[in-house]
Design a protein around this ligand. Structure first.
Ligand code: F6P
Length: 347
């Protein structure tokens, strides 16, 4: 079979491992040929390609980013976009298309499926908020990076008796914040799932200071809702899928915390550091399993589907189910977070 592959949306560690897994299984076991489309859906619209074979996918397993590059190209917003995609698919004589991406990318896979293209999706988002899968690859790496940063920030916060507010990624879900926050021993963790309660944050910090610790770490997801309402944005611009550029919540909180508590407070935004560099062994493994499963789905003729992780097993679900809603942090993890904090009224 001739199979196209692309990586869309924000990059994340493990994309290359998925590509390699699919290409190796496809070539070595099914006799497939692959076409790599450059820069997400832009490559399909413009028919810009690179060869994907055993040579071009060799030595990429441990490399971050994506050899196919990425973009947030929204086919729906480009006049004649879908027609151009169909033309490219025809020109390249493709039997199937594998798209690695989050809900935005998969919404285009779904739209193309509805136009007769044989699509298979692989769930990718650092935010880990794609519905229907228990984990997206790249998330474990992001959590490791954020946890290491929190560990490092402890010593400088302690040396200066400061509060440090650490901003991590997570547009609509606080998976990175809650996981790295708990793993890093943060004193307060703020996620988009719950409105920020500044009185409660200051109570937690004050309790800690009153019990002999003169420094504290607060972890906040970039998409956490400000006490005054809304999310903190870099500017008023929106990306091609209509998302704001989130940034600055940690700085806004740091200023308010210092004003209220009089503790010296600083903010750190970990930003794209969380998406860069080499994937963890866990992510290489998960990404490889996803890549192999994606090409297997192609050969089983199961199209319009997304490979997913259910518990410890790889499975698949309809693309439509994956983009129907955001997977947010559940009450169970929020309860673990609260269990580690002094309850209201503790003195
Ligand atoms: O959607 C994943 C994500 O990493 C978000 O956490 C973040 O808000 C956004 O992408 C950043 O996008 P960009 O790389 O386009 O600035």
């Amino acid at each position: 079979m001739r199979v196209g592959m692309l990586t869309g949306g924000g990059d994340c560690p493990g994309l290359n491992a998925v590509i390699r897994g699919a290409v190796r299984k496809g070539i070595l076991h099914h006799g497939d040929e692959f076409v790599g489309f450059m820069e997400g859906w832009r490559g399909v619209i413009e028919n810009t390609t690179m060869p994907l074979n055993l040579e071009t996918t060799s030595g990429i397993l441990h490399r971050g980013g994506t050899i196919l590059r990425s973009s947030r190209t929204n086919v729906k917003k480009i006049p004649g976009g879908f027609e151009k995609c169909l033309e490219t698919i025809e020109k390249n004589k493709l039997d199937a298309l594998i798209a690695l991406g989050g809900d935005d990318t998969q919404s285009i896979s779904l739209a193309l499926s509805e136009r007769g293209v044989k699509c298979v999706g692989v769930p990718k988002t650092i935010d880990n908020d794609l519905s229907g899968t228990d984990q997206c690859f790249g998330f474990d790496t992001a959590v490791s990076i954020a946890t290491e940063a929190i560990d490092r920030l402890h010593s400088t916060a302690e040396s200066h008796n400061r509060v440090l507010v650490v901003e991590v990624m997570g547009r609509d879900a606080g998976w990175i914040a809650i996981t790295s926050g708990i793993a890093g021993g943060a004193d307060a963790i703020l996620v988009p799932e719950l409105p920020i309660d500044l009185d409660e944050v200051c109570r937690l910090l004050k309790y800690r200071h009153d019990h002999g610790k003169k420094f504290s770490i607060v972890v906040v997801a970039e998409g956490a809702h400000l006490p005054a309402g809304g999310q903190s944005t870099h500017d008023t611009s929106l990306d091609a899928f209509g998302h704001a550029r989130l940034s600055g919540v940690a700085q806004a909180l740091a200023e308010e915390i210092e004003k209220r508590t009089k503790y010296e407070t600083r903010s750190v935004n970990l930003g794209h550091t969380q998406r860069g560099g080499t994937p963890t062994a866990y992510d290489r493994m998960l990404a490889t399993r996803y890549g192999v499963a994606a090409i297997d789905l192609v050969h089983q003729g199961k199209f319009g589907r997304l490979v997913v992780l259910k518990g410890t097993q790889i499975s698949d679900i309809p693309l439509a189910d994956a983009i129907a809603k955001t997977r947010t942090v559940g009450e169970d993890l929020l309860e673990v977070m609260r269990s580690l904090q002094p309850p209201v009224g503790a003195v």
